[in-house]
Design a protein around this ligand. Structure first.
Ligand SMILES: O=P(O)(O)OC[C@H]1O[C@H](OP(=O)(O)OP(=O)(O)O)[C@H](O)[C@@H]1O
Ligand code: HPA
Ligand SMILES: [Mg+2]
Length: 158
């Protein structure tokens, strides 16, 4: 288990993805978007809407089984983006940078952007919005649900 968690709500993810879209607008125009499944799909949908981009390619790179990192495996390479010239690659976050390095190898000329970044991944991402510390695990809204939490007075008394 990670020492600390950073919980991201749907509202916050929407706001942060729109903030990323503003930054990326200045860097365009874009031929199309490459979404890294699965985590990149929702930021990619939000940003595609803001940038008025309708051409979406997907790449499937499997690196983690929950918090456990394994050997990265490209389950689906890009087919439509050439060497990446003019294309925008989107993922939810960059952590160790492993996934980013693989996608950069596949699409060396593309611009790589994420909503969140940890320090080890910053050198391999071109644009991001929010940085969290390396020992923080980001909990995305699709991994959580609202639930009862004990009042502070009760939990502090233990
Ligand atoms: O910088 P890294 O250390 O490579 O970590 C970042 C990657 O890990 C997560 O994907 P994951 O492999 O968990 O797959 P998922 O998107 O399908 O959940 C996340 O969505 C990034 O793609
Ligand atoms: O902090 C994280 N949160 C969710 N998925 C991840 N995959 C790598 N790091 C993370
Ligand atoms: Mg992913």
């Amino acid at each position: 288990m990670a020492p600390r968690y950073y919980t991201v709500t749907w509202d916050q993810l929407h706001r942060d993805s729109k903030a990323l879209a503003w930054r990326l607008l200045e860097r365009g125009p874009w031929q199309g978007i490459v979404a890294i499944t699965r985590g990149g799909l929702i930021p990619a949908a939000i940003i595609a809407r803001e940038l008025d981009c309708r051409l979406i390619e997907s790449v499937s790179i499997i690196t983690y089984d929950w918090e456990k990192r394994g050997n990265p495996h490209v389950a689906k390479p890009p087919v439509a983006a050439g060497d990446g010239t003019g294309w925008l690659i989107l993922d939810d976050l960059v952590d160790t940078g492993t996934t980013a390095r693989i996608i950069r190898g596949l699409l060396p000329k593309a611009h790589f952007a994420t909503v969140y970044a940890k320090p080890a991944g910053k050198p391999v991402v071109d644009t991001f919005i929010t940085e969290v510390s390396q020992d923080t695990w980001i909990l995305f809204p699709w991994d959580t649900e609202p639930q009862f939490i004990a009042p502070i007075a009760k939990s502090a008394a233990k």
